[in-house]
Write a protein that binds this ligand. Sequence first.
Ligand code: KG4
Ligand code: ZN
Length: 501
Amino acid sequence: MDTGGRFARVGLAGMSERHLPDILSIERESFNLPWTENMFLAELGNPDGWTRVAVASSGRAVGYAVCRELAGAWRIMDLAVHSHWRGSGVAGALLDEFLERMGGRSDCVLEVRVGNSAARRLYESRGFCKRGCRPGYYRDTGEDALVMVRGRDTKAGGILLAIETSCDDTCAAVLEGEGGVLSSVRHSQDEVHARYGGVVPEVASRAHVERASGVIKEALVQADAGMGDLSRVAVTVGPGLIGALLVGVQMAKGLAWSRKLPLTPVNHLHGHLASAWLADPDLSFPAVVLLASGGHTMLVRMRGKTDFQLLGETRDDAVGEAFDKGARLLSLGYPGGKQLDELAARGRANSFSLPVGLEGDNTLDFSFSGVKTALYYLLRDLSEEERRERAPDVAAAYREALVRPLVQRLRTAAERESVSSVAVVGGVAANSLLRRRVAELGEELGVHTALPPLRYCTDNAAMIGAAGLCGTVLEPGEYEDLQPVASLRVEAVPGVDDELH
Ligand code: KG4
Ligand code: ZN
């Protein structure tokens, strides 16, 4: 601590109302979103709080700290020093007195602007380590907050448990802090829903309840880890089926709370996008990613791992849904995308001509409902024998009509955005024709192409963990009220955006 010079003329005291005028003026000069007088008054009377002011010999308050205990961890809520007194040890003295008062009994957490290197250095010098980040936390500038922690076991290599139950797959995965996947377990409910020809929300919810704890245990066993090894938990909070999401979110909250671990709420769409870099560290930004699954079809521009912008999306059915409906018309079972793909591989796409939605339009949107209806009429007009014999050709024509607009729009977006990578993610990224065409497109455009392995294309928790590692860290005391949401935009950052509270 620098006790020389001007600091010798400063003493520390408990904060009281008479300090507030000085404190409010320091607050206003220090922060773009300053605390109000009422916020300070609430802290003064808070039995779980600790406040201190640094007072100069003139009697003026020149710095202050406001801390509070929340769910077993102390939080430094506000700490600031008058601009004339910065660099003279006042902040360090306030921090040291606070840490001494805590006596190393509990953890201590704080957020600091990523760009505030002086504050970061101060906290690092007192043993705080980086634990995570809160993208876009500071609403004034959109800057990220760095979450720093002291006291807790902050050893590097702490591991993350990720849980995904947004639709009809019960998934859990364990990831290293650096992003390596230690295990990824997926329990598909396809069999359960096959007899209904589609996902029944209540049935999915019940199946998640029955399977979730077994799947989580299995993920831990395969990772050779126990609950005690975990340093954080990540969970899908939306978009998806609300009853299915509820199971994973409550489970994750309960597990995190029982160990006083931080929780990261993840947007399922960010999970799919994260699968692009999960197994492909060469993915460079900016990138355009085609997300094509059973529930979504969209083009997203990624400038980084937390910077997403929607460029276009389907105006009606998702392409996976169109594959599944086509498979049903061809009596291939449920979900059917994979079977249709395999059947199409034996047929000739140019045997039939099917319409492509929005073809020729200057748009990055998609439409798949027309081609599905065209398939219905095509099959209706064939005899039973023709339907059997020509099935591979019909499947090939249908697959072509679904894949062509995907690749066309991806090309337009990649050219328009002058990207350095293109990627395809989501269940339909398993499609063999789409993979081939996108690989060719990447080569032709001279950009890197990311095609995740099939296990990361369909819903899985490894991708949720990969997104969670760069997502918002919520501490115990901050996530108990967190609720899942059925619809969530791709730009929405859970834990920061209001739509989740
Ligand atoms: O990503 P996902 O597991 O679930 C959602 O989040 O929606 O995607 C499942 C979808 C299903 O519609 C399935 O038929 C489709 O992906 N799918 C395929 C293939 N494999 C899975 N569609 C076309 N070709 C495939 N090979
Ligand atoms: Zn999905």
